[in-house]
Design a protein. Structure first.
Ligand SMILES: [Zn+2]
Length: 173
């Protein structure tokens, strides 16, 4: 089982048992404490969809939005952060389920045309406008568009970094 799935299983079962010989749930969750706050919140959020973790991530991201797009009110920064967070949470291409490949039987027969093989779903300007509650006939303001992708990217970076740190804490590699 992949590390992310084992973490999810641990968090879902709440099975925190200690063992000297076997890597236990407590070890995995403990290792998560070494991750950055955003990364740790995102790992738990993706595994368990916990409201408190969502709020933690939202506050950290909203502050980042405000630092990157000066003059943005906290209320609007939170809306951008929430929309970016939702994109990150649903970033798997639906056509190929995030694999980037077209599979027939057990064989990869090609590259997914929807996502160009990236496995990542691209959200349209229209979807972003709706998520931000902006007028349908107006473009997404430039300063908003400029922070949107970096914030989604920050989520993925923090998440991967948190998983890497968990792996390092457990296995030292
Ligand atoms: Zn795809």
């Amino acid at each position: 089982m992949a590390l992310a799935e084992r973490l999810a299983a641990t968090l879902a079962q709440g099975a925190l048992t200690q063992s000297d010989t076997v890597e236990s749930g407590t070890d995995r969750v403990g290792a998560l404490a070494f991750s950055g706050r955003l990364g740790a919140a995102l790992v738990r959020l993706r595994m368990k969809a916990d409201a408190a973790d969502g709020k933690t991530a939202l506050v950290i991201l909203a502050r980042r939005v405000q630092r990157q797009a000066r003059g943005t009110t906290y209320t609007f920064a939170k809306r951008i952060a929430g929309a970016a967070l939702a994109e990150w949470m649903h970033s798997h291409c639906k056509t190929c389920d995030g694999s980037g490949s077209v599979v027939s039987g057990a064989k990869v027969v090609g590259c997914c045309q929807t996502c160009n093989g990236t496995g990542t779903r691209r959200f349209t300007d229209g979807e972003r406008r709706r998520a931000l509650g902006l007028d349908a006939d107006k473009p997404v303001p430039r300063r908003v568009a400029a922070v949107y992708d970096p914030i989604v990217g920050d989520c993925e970076t923090a998440y991967r970094d948190a998983l890497r740190r968990v792996r390092y804490q457990l296995h030292g590699d």
